[in-house]
Design a protein around this ligand. Structure first.
Ligand SMILES: [Zn+2]
Ligand SMILES: [Zn+2]
Ligand SMILES: [Zn+2]
Ligand SMILES: [Zn+2]
Ligand SMILES: [Zn+2]
Length: 667
């Protein structure tokens, strides 16, 4: 039997001092209900003969009730005033059995959890006034839209609950306020919307399905720790929730885009201006975000301002080094501490006897400038080392050579929108004749038809282990898999140019500070050419010319440097940055090349770059299936999450620079 109001008042009057705050009173009642399972054990033990009146259970109950009346003893910051004294806990304990019966604890059903029934959830904006209209005269208080709808909410406890969704609006400008967004009207334009960045709930389906933001953070962690994709997160979430309906991959994807659109846009400082057409699909949302923070690549938010003990060092000048007694030979540049301490020579030790340097090419500067002393203005400057690397993490693009456009259809398409007509042209490239029937891949030329059949059948007679065996053989330098394709009119099978399948980008280019913190990413199409890599570097530092790294380690630094110098002998890169290759290349490859000897230094081997590679590789299979938009959005997310993870680790290891005031060190 549930307790009546009358009985409840009696209970309050008997067991609580009249001056006790309501909050403290409710707190004690909540604890009283929660310790019922201990009371059961006490009562049960007490029924046995020769048991003390105060069992171990009983003593714990008394202690917990004392703490319930005196929470300020454990948490003086939260509970400011004084409790009523221990006699109240004792009095409650003395009558515990009757008390539970009187209050109807544990309630009619089995558990004690339902002693405090849960209220129905209200979803409504946290704002009071319109953000577009001046609030000064108070006319622009938000009003209630008449229509209140019932929606399903996956709450922070991973349970489906019903919730009432209220929409507020401004009478002056007709802006509508939802818990996660604001839609508004501009003259003669379709409605647009702004995102609420701190939204506690997100809409994941137009059909009234919402999720608590905590679910989104769970998804974020599952990406970080398990490389989880949209579908398997949906499966995992459904299994965890247990109750129907199951979460669909589409809802999981929507949650991802809604959550990370907010995370990325606010990290990039674009929140005040970002907007999109109202009621957009996830694709439009992803596209709009991508246009804002970077198409085909971009700078990771906050990466230019990053500095820590593992990537940033006070610049050392020749005068400093001489002062510490270092014997350095003729020339030394501003070199990071690590490099100095390793005593890396400017010329590899294995070089042996002096070799006469090859003749200088025209247009190449003689020597890197070196600074003997710190500048007079007292600003010594900092030295940062960045590591650049290409990874074979690709997405599909148009099959036409030199076309970089996304596919018109990512399910089974081969061409971009511009080249769709080529579906009707023979797939053997120089042929150019019409396909023999609609949907066919070749013209009616028997050799072309036959070659396409052979192309399709390359793997068909092989079991999966058979394919693996061939690939292994290929990697081991055995006969190439492609070689099994027949010649066509004297052209070797592997050389036959065709459009039978979509093309792919060539690689994902990344650059990180040497502590691991990612700086930026980009893509190379068709090959990892020096011109594309230079364009990537230029784009990355376009708006941050003063944050260029003093050193960039890159395994093809020699060719990149050659390209930079050939393009422009006075390139700013030559003045700001030293390009260093991995030590192996330096010793084995180009030791006699004058450009390499002057400008390339062996880089310290960098485990941090390997860690990013290993982590990113876990996403390769997912990213390969994605459209260009989704690929870009997801790589933005991955680089952003990785930066947060690295910075958290740096903070834990106390490798941050702090000034005397205790503020984070900034460049
Ligand atoms: Zn307004
Ligand atoms: Zn760092
Ligand atoms: Zn194309
Ligand atoms: Zn043909
Ligand atoms: Zn070199």
């Amino acid at each position: 039997m549930a307790v009546s109001v009358y009985n409840f008042i009696v209970f309050l009057q008997v067991f609580f001092p009249g001056g006790l705050s309501m909050q403290r009173t409710l707190y004690v009642i909540a604890i009283l209900a929660s310790i019922y399972p201990l009371f059961r054990l006490h009562r049960n033990q007490h029924r046995e003969p020769r048991q003390p009146p105060a069992t171990g259970w009983y003593r714990s109950i008394l202690l917990l009730l004392s703490r319930a009346f005196h929470p300020e003893r454990n948490d003086p910051e939260l509970w400011l005033d004084e409790g009523p004294g221990d006699e109240y806990a004792q009095a409650m304990c003395d009558d515990l059995g009757q008390l539970y019966e009187f209050l109807g604890i544990p309630g009619s059903s089995a558990g004690h959890n339902n002693f405090f029934p849960e209220p129905r959830t209200i979803l409504v904006t946290s704002r009071l006034t319109c953000i577009f209209c001046p609030a000064s005269d108070g006319i622009y208080s938000l009003r209630r839209r008449r229509k209140v709808s019932t929606v399903r909410l996956l709450d922070s406890n991973f349970r489906w609950v019903k919730a009432d969704l209220f929409i507020a609006y401004c009478r002056a400008c007709d802006a509508e306020y939802y818990p996660d967004r604001i839609t508004y009207r501009l003259p003669n334009q379709p409605r647009r919307e702004r995102l609420e960045y701190g939204a506690k709930v997100l809409r994941v389906s137009k059909h009234g399905v919402w999720m608590d933001r905590r679910i989104a953070f769970t998804q974020e962690n599952s990406i970080l720790r398990f490389h989880s994709g949209w579908s398997n997160f949906a499966e995992w979430l459904s299994d965890t929730v247990g109750a129907k309906p199951r979460v669909t991959p589409r809802q999981s994807q929507r949650l991802y885009f809604e959550h990370f659109a907010r995370r990325l846009i606010s990290a990039h400082g674009l929140a005040p201006t970002f907007s999109l057409p109202s009621n957009s699909s996830s694709q439009v949302l992803a596209d709009t975000v991508r246009e804002q923070i970077g198409l085909d690549g971009g700078v990771v938010a906050g990466a230019m301002e990053h500095g820590c003990m593992d990537c940033t060092h006070l610049k050392r000048y020749k005068s400093d080094l001489v002062a510490t007694g270092a014997s350095l030979g003729d020339r030394i540049d501003g070199i990071a501490d690590d490099l100095m301490e390793n005593q890396v020579p400017n010329v590899p030790a294995t070089l042996g006897e002096e070799m006469p340097p090859p003749p200088m090419q025209t247009g190449i500067p003689f020597e890197p400038e070196q600074q003997e002393f710190p500048p007079q203005n007292g600003c010594r400057g900092y030295v940062r080392l960045a590591v650049m690397d290409g990874k074979t993490i690709k997405h599909k693009i148009c099959s036409v050579d030199l076309c970089h456009k996304p596919l018109e259809n990512y399910k089974n398409g081969r061409f971009c929108e511009d080249h769709l007509d080529l579906r009707d042209i023979c797939g053997i490239v120089p042929c150019g004749r019409a396909v023999h029937s609609s949907g066919a891949f070749t013209c009616d030329n028997a050799a072309h038809k036959d070659w396409h059949v052979k192309y399709l059948n390359r793997f068909s007679r092989m079991s999966f282990p058979g394919v693996q065996r061939v690939i292994r053989r290929q990697l081991g330098g055995g006969p190439s898999l492609r070689a099994e394709l027949p010649d066509l009119n004297g052209v070797a099978g592997a050389q036959v140019s065709h459009t039978f399948r979509a093309g792919t980008t060539y690689c994902l280019q990344t650059i990180q500070w040497s502590c691991g913190c990612p700086i930026a990413w980009g893509k190379c199409y068709r090959s990892e050419s020096s011109s594309q890599v230079l364009a990537f570097l230029n784009r990355t530092w376009e708006h941050h010319p003063n944050s260029k790294p003093s050193f960039i380690a890159y395994d093809d630094a020699c060719n990149l440097l050659r390209h930079i110098v050939t393009q422009d002998a006075n390139s700013p890169w030559i003045r700001t940055t030293k390009f260093i290759v991995d030590a192996w290349h330096y010793i084995g490859h180009r030791a006699t090349d004058v450009l390499c000897r002057l400008w390339c230094n062996p880089a310290p081997t960098n485990e941090t770059a390997e860690q990013l590679n290993a982590w990113l590789n876990g996403f390769e299979a997912q990213l390969r299936q994605m459209s260009a938009t989704n690929y870009d959005f997801c790589v933005h997310v991955l680089m952003f999450l990785y930066k947060e993870m690295v910075e958290e680790r740096i903070l834990k290891k106390q490798r941050t620079y702090r000034t005397n005031s205790g503020a984070r060190w900034r460049r």
